[in-house]
Design a protein around this ligand. Structure first.
Ligand code: ASP
Length: 325
């Protein structure tokens, strides 16, 4: 008995040593960050800014891999099956790592098959339209949609994506009805919004602001209590006539479960370094992204927040009976 215990302790020591040396060498080659939506969209943009910001701290490149489909659930599934060695990261947001669990029959568990690294930025959505839409403010947009029942199309990043859920809540709040057109991300949807194939979108400010600034699309309201400091002309939903219609799309970073703790810590440190870097901060803030306070930039804060969001949103989403595309 004693011998077995001694052997077990020795083995544990050996394993700890192996984990320690793996973590000491980590990272010794480029890391892949799986983006669950199309290139050029809001999650992709956050991912690329973070990847660049984390590079100096990690001493390695972080490569972006876009895996699209089923509102990000295919990509997240791929990340859950990757080796837990710190070389595959799963970036995602409110919809991929919370909402999808209520909509899809996922072959993985969002809370237990991934290990959290840190909360990342969050931003509200903008209610935006093609410039030819005749409405001049949010109230007249709602009237125009009501006057054209089921003729107006909204672009989404797939069933369950933030843009889709935002659209459904918008319908409920404004008592309107319109069609949803799914894309592989709101990056490609934005191209069609500019082109006029779709008329409206509820999209993260980070994806829409550059086009709003270039007057390629128009923005009617921001889904937050306060105006964006980088876009002070856009009224809040409270000011524009849809009081209380708040949506905040927060991003986070995860790794496959069983990734050694020292590696997770190394990644958290790199996230913190990126979020503290003035150049990275500026790029994020310019897109209307908010940076979480330092005490939220860690695995425990993301784990607690993700769990709380699941408890809050799953009953609401299930009650909304959202259909898959
Ligand atoms: N985050 C998605 C994207 O990158 C958009 C969404 O969730 O609506 O396209």
């Amino acid at each position: 008995m004693m011998k077995i215990r001694v052997a077990a302790i020795a083995l544990l020591g050996l394993l700890a040593g192996v984990a320690g040396s793996v973590a000491d060498d980590y990272p010794s080659r480029p890391i892949t960050m799986i983006v669950p939506f199309a290139a050029g969209g809001p999650t992709d943009v956050v991912a690329r800014i973070m990847a660049e910001g984390m590079r100096a701290s990690l001493g390695q490149t972080v490569i972006i891999e876009n895996i699209t489909g089923a509102a990000g659930s295919i990509a997240v599934g791929r990340a859950t099956r990757a080796a837990p060695d710190g070389y595959t990261l799963s970036i995602g947001h409110w919809s991929t790592h919370v909402v999808n669990g209520a909509i899809y029959n996922l072959p993985y568990d969002l809370l237990t098959d991934l290990a959290p690294v840190s909360l990342l930025v969050s931003n509200p959505q903008l209610i935006v339209a093609n410039p030819k839409v005749p409405a001049t403010d949010l109230k007249s947009l709602v009237e125009w949609i009501k006057a054209n029942p089921d003729k107006v199309s909204a672009g989404t990043a797939g069933a369950g994506s933030a843009s889709h859920i935002g659209g459904i809540y918008f319908q409920n709040f404004s008592h309107t009805s319109f069609l949803f057109v799914p894309y592989r991300g709101t990056g490609p949807a934005m191209q069609d919004l500019i082109g006029g194939q779709i008329q409206i979108m509820l999209d993260q400010s980070s994806n829409s602001l550059p086009q709003v600034r270039q007057k390629q699309i128009k923005a009617f309201a921001v889904t937050s209590k306060t105006r964006l400091s980088v876009a002070p002309d856009i009224p809040t939903v409270d000011e524009a006539g849809l009081p209380g219609f708040y949506i905040s799309v927060w991003h986070g970073l995860w790794v496959p479960k069983d990734t050694p703790k020292p590696i997770v810590e190394r990644l958290t440190t790199a996230v913190r370094a990126a979020l503290a870097d003035p150049a990275t901060q500026k790029r994020l803030l310019d897109l209307g992204q908010e940076i979480p306070p330092l005490d939220q930039q860690n695995p425990a804060a993301l784990a607690a927040f993700q769990k709380a969001e699941i408890e809050k949103w799953w009953p609401l989403i299930k009650a909304a009976n959202i259909k898959l595309d």
